[in-house]
Design a protein around this ligand. Sequence first.
Ligand code: ZN
Length: 185
Amino acid sequence: MDSVTHDHLQALCSDLLQIIGEDIRREGLRDTPKRWADFWQEFMEYDAGNSDTTFEAVSADQLVTVSDIQVISLCEHHLLPFTCTISIAYITKEKVLGLSKFARIAQHHAHKLQLQERLCQDIAGDIVRLAETPDVAVLGIGSHMCMEMRGIKQSATMRTSVMLGAFRTEGGARDEVLQLWRMKG
Ligand code: ZN
């Protein structure tokens, strides 16, 4: 993000504050446009680091699961945050992904305007590509400020799952992972 964009963001924030009736000269708000622009810069330019290191699988057809990766993203409908707990499962073929990569992949896709459904799909797509397996499942359990601060103002949990390859068919790997995620029996 260049300084022109940062300046533009600050100007937008000053406008917003005035539109909602605030006095932008009062002490608490004096640096708010700068802080707000800094936030957007940090959010959009976040670098999750290298996520494509893979190892040769010791044996194929193992079910690998990684649970409880916490991310915070921004809902593209309301520009309000949502938190999401991500669990990932895949069946190994030739490649195994390093453990730290899952969190990086999740963080990478969380740092843009998102929908929870697409966040899970984006993560699943990366695992398919990097682990070179069609068998990937991703579960997201989200809590959305746009639901909790607006409308009926109730806290609610939203679950979205993406089931690809072997996880699409009833039984077998699908049952195993759904049980692990306590979504079944
Ligand atoms: Zn929303």
